[in-house]
Design a protein around this ligand. Structure first.
Ligand SMILES: [Zn+2]
Length: 158
């Protein structure tokens, strides 16, 4: 049994700024309207795999931390960041940005690509669903605007 939630249709969306140091065009600071689709596989537990509202609430808790923030990849070795009292200086490839601390979300990835961000969100959402033992598989697709995105799926019993 499988259920799906479409992010564009149900409001699982967020906006964020990012940059990809190793990429020509995308090394410039720019932003996207992101959305996530979620697919959950599992067995029937009282008529449901999981309540849609609960699933969306968990997903919002994960993605809203990134909403209207600058995403800084904390595992990117080509990037240096220096924390000051209330600001964060980020430098890579001879470029330098200074952001207010409150505007930055450090995301635990090498690159803020759709691929790695979908893996990050899948892991965070999986940990929120770990007590739902009837869920066997989770997939999250992250879209950078309509029509292009990347999906990560994982078994929940591993
Ligand atoms: Zn981008």
């Amino acid at each position: 049994m499988r259920l799906k939630v479409s992010g564009w249709d149900t409001g699982l969306r967020f906006s964020a700024a990012h940059f990809i140091p190793s990429h020509d065009k995308c090394s410039r600071l720019h932003g996207h309207d992101y959305c996530i689709d979620i697919t959950v596989e599992g067995s029937d537990n009282g008529g449901f795999i999981i309540d849609f509202d609960l699933l969306k609430q968990h997903a919002r808790e994960v993605i809203y931390k990134m909403d209207h923030h600058v995403l800084v990849p904390s595992r990117q070795t080509a990037l240096k960041h220096t924390e000051k009292e209330d600001s964060i200086e980020v430098s890579y490839n001879g470029k330098k940005h200074v952001f207010s601390k409150e505007d930055v979300f450090f995301i635990d990835v090498d690159v803020t690509s759709s691929e790695q961000m979908s893996a990050f969100i899948t892991d965070k959402l999986a940990s929120k669903l770990k007590d739902n033992k009837n869920i066997s598989r989770l997939e999250v697709c992250l879209y950078e605007g309509p029509g292009q995105g990347a999906c990560t799926s994982r078994n929940m019993n591993d």
